[in-house]
Design a protein around this ligand. Structure first.
Ligand SMILES: [Zn+2]
Length: 142
């Protein structure tokens, strides 16, 4: 697997961009250097990637019922629609209840400032990616 990166990256020097390295029983032949994607972000590329992720997210305290969110369920990231948001005043945590496309109910606890990824249309995503690329150019110009 050799995908190209959106933000500034360099070819992984461990695997030479192939994404695979010597095989082992635990991880197969996935390269440790790049996680199998064949490239590594430069400092500016990594910062732009984080900036992009933040642009596509909002802090949990701004979430509304009906938002399409990506929840971190430990082993996987799942897209679901928020059906309830409860705030616990004593622990200052929030419990998010959401329904997946398969109508499976998920519940997770977050802090009010936890960034939660919100679903975007391709066009919205493109606008934000352009913003992140501008941010990257500003970093590279320093
Ligand atoms: Zn690699």
């Amino acid at each position: 697997m050799n995908t190209t990166s959106y933000f500034q990256a360099v070819t992984c020097n461990r695997c030479g961009g192939s994404g695979s390295y010597s095989w082992n029983a635990v991880h197969g032949s996935k390269c440790y250097g790049c996680g199998g994607c064949g490239y590594k972000y430069t400092k500016a590329g990594a910062a732009a990637q984080r900036y992009f992720a933040a642009l596509l997210s909002k802090p949990a305290f701004l979430l509304k019922v009906g938002d399409r969110v990506r929840l971190d369920m430990g082993l996987s990231l799942v897209w679901a629609t928020l059906v309830a948001i409860q705030k616990c005043p004593t622990t200052n945590t929030m419990t998010l209840t959401a329904l997946t496309n398969q109508q499976e109910s998920l519940r997770t606890q977050v802090m009010p400032d936890t960034l939660v990824r919100i679903e975007h249309t391709a066009a919205q995503k493109q606008t934000k990616a352009a913003q992140a690329l501008e941010y990257q150019s500003a970093l590279l110009a320093d």
